[in-house]
Write a protein that binds this ligand. Structure first.
Ligand code: ADP
Ligand code: MG
Length: 266
């Protein structure tokens, strides 16, 4: 377990977000420490994806702040005082530091696997084609797909495509990786290979936030768990504590429903 005194790598402070009259995030605050895997659990519609998307300002929060290594994300001092939202151009380098892996992989069909992974580092990382290809091969090695570098995405299984998407995220050399239900769109027999790669990244000491319905996996791999419901953090703590001995009735009910409780509660 990490020391409480360790400085936060990523800090969300009082994030709030509404869509129309629906308040989707209500005062969400948490820290991610360096090298930590934090798992975000909760029922569908509880605000998990919105929370992840607010961290890198893919979604603009209505209130609150996000800091990565104490640097404010998405907002800069305005000329007339106060803060203003960054433009997309200003945001791009910050977003690259927080790579996202989505449920659907969005690979370019007309590019080889290697080119899919190399594209970001060439376009926004300033790498030459040769450098980016070398980096892509290295990252494809990490997801055990170097032998598929010259293939096109349509020739790969869903699990392999998601591993390419993870290699693409790694090639950004991000400080944090945000996973939003990375295995939810996969056939059950393909889930394991993707979780295996995520587990290796956790063991390497990457800093990651993982939204998942794979409760047992979260129990095994995450250092800490946050349980969200209705736009609130209901409960958070070490994975084993929250998942094996949830304190709040809503957490208990959710874990019971999804069959994630490791042992019957006594
Ligand atoms: P989760 O990922 O936990 O399932 P989401 O963050 O996707 O939850 O959604 C939380 C709530 O916000 C849901 O009720 C959803 O319908 C709503 N919502 C999410 N994105 C939008 C949007 N772009 N416009 C309107 N409502 C949205
Ligand atoms: Mg979601």
């Amino acid at each position: 377990m990490q020391m409480n005194t360790a400085a936060a790598l990523l800090r969300a402070e009082s994030l709030r977000k509404s869509f129309g009259s629906q308040q989707v995030l209500k005062d969400i605050s948490f820290d991610l420490r360096k090298g930590e895997t934090l798992s975000l659990l909760g029922p569908s519609g509880s605000g998990k994806s919105t929370c992840l998307r607010c961290l890198n300002f893919l979604e603009k929060p209505d209130g609150g702040a996000v800091f990565l290594e104490d640097k404010r994300i998405g907002q800069v001092p305005a000329r007339r005082g106060g803060l203003r939202l960054m433009t997309d151009t200003e945001l791009a380098p910050q977003r690259a530091e927080m790579a996202m892996v989505f449920q659907l992989f969005y690979l370019w069909p007309h590019l080889s696997v290697r080119d899919n992974v190399a594209l970001g580092p060439i376009k926004s990382g300033g790498l030459s084609r040769a450098e980016a290809h070398a980096l892509a091969d290295e990252m494809l090695d990490k997801v055990h797909l170097r032998h598929k570098a010259d293939e096109y995405p349509e020739r790969l299984s869903g699990g392999q495509q998601q591993r390419v998407a993870i290699a693409r995220a790694l090639a950004q050399r991000p400080k944090v990786i945000l996973f939003d239900e990375p295995t939810s769109a996969l056939d059950p027999e393909l889930v394991g290979e993707v979780l295996g790669v995520i587990k290796e990244l956790a063991e390497e000491g990457r800093s990651m936030i993982l939204v998942t319905h794979e409760i047992r996996f979260a129990r095994e791999v995450a250092d800490r768990v946050i349980f969200m419901d209705g736009g609130h953090i209901v409960e958070q703590g070490p994975a084993a504590e929250v998942i094996d001995r949830p304190q709040m009735p809503r957490t208990q009910a959710f874990l019971h429903q999804v069959g994630g409780a490791a042992s019957p509660r006594g």
